[in-house]
Design a protein. Sequence first.
Length: 342
Amino acid sequence: MVETIVWTAEGVVMIDQTRLPREEVYVTCGTYEEVAEAIRSMVIRGAPAIGVAAAMGVALGVLKAGEADLDTQFERICKVLAATRPTAVNLFWAIERMQRLYAAVRSCPPDEIRRRLIEEAQRIREEDIAINRAIGGHGAGLVPEGKTVLTHCNAGALATAGYGTALGVVRAAAAAGRNIDVFADETRPFLQGARLTAWELQRDGIPVTLITDNMAGHFLRAGRIGCVIVGADRIAANGDVANKIGTYSVAVLAKENGVPFYVAAPISTLDLKLASGDAIPIEQRASTEVTQLCGVPIAPDGVAAENPAFDVTPHRYVTAIITERGVARAPYGESLRDLVLR
Ligand code: MRU
């Protein structure tokens, strides 16, 4: 399995997802500012993976901090990491977990504080892999035999500490002997589907076919797709799901064609403080990601371009939400709350 992110004596090491699939290059972040920049520039991306990166960034920041006024430095480290990307709630969940631990150990000797924070960040990483395997276990039975799974963006090993959420379900179904294949939307503008999903499934020997985003409706109507499985960046209390831009269109097309639309996500992606998806902050990225393709301009100079990185799929389009604690179905207000309390 690909190592998305690991803690080492030299710093936080990540596979550079901006250079895949052409180059398999690893980046070492030696400071928390470098971790923040890696999240912002999407060297590392995907909700659970940026949560792990943020936790490791906090630990790294404290490791490198001077001993004077550690509380102020800690606050600054958390603030810088929290300002990297706004939509995936896992980022804030991981920073809050590190903050709770810091509050509990801040009166310990500095070496003890550093050791505990490093251990916690590594634990978040290990737990994430176990969580994804559990999501896979709960979701595998939902994948129809002999059909194609359509996915959007990359919710695989690269988007997590390992194994993946949506692709974790695919991996678990394939491991259980299901005869399935995957259609991967290319996912304009950042091309996570073309570059990352296609790469990691091909590497695993799971049959994958790349399609452009605007082909999804055609294949959903043709009857070949048995189900859609995507990940999530934030899920509101009513079951509305924020995920990569284009997910909403796929969900509407799936419902129109009677194809189940599943969301696979850890409990840490739930944000039950938000009543609905309307309150989820949507990241706006640089217009050059739209006007250029791999750095090459494809539009007239000076043309206006919008680039919302995520959209919200209303819960009525979501057949079920697959978590590590089980599968939630409508009404989500109750089923998600039950899973959190379980
Ligand atoms: O902008 P990205 O690549 O970070 O967006 C990623 C997604 O939208 C994923 O589907 C989501 O984070 C779930 S990853 C398990």
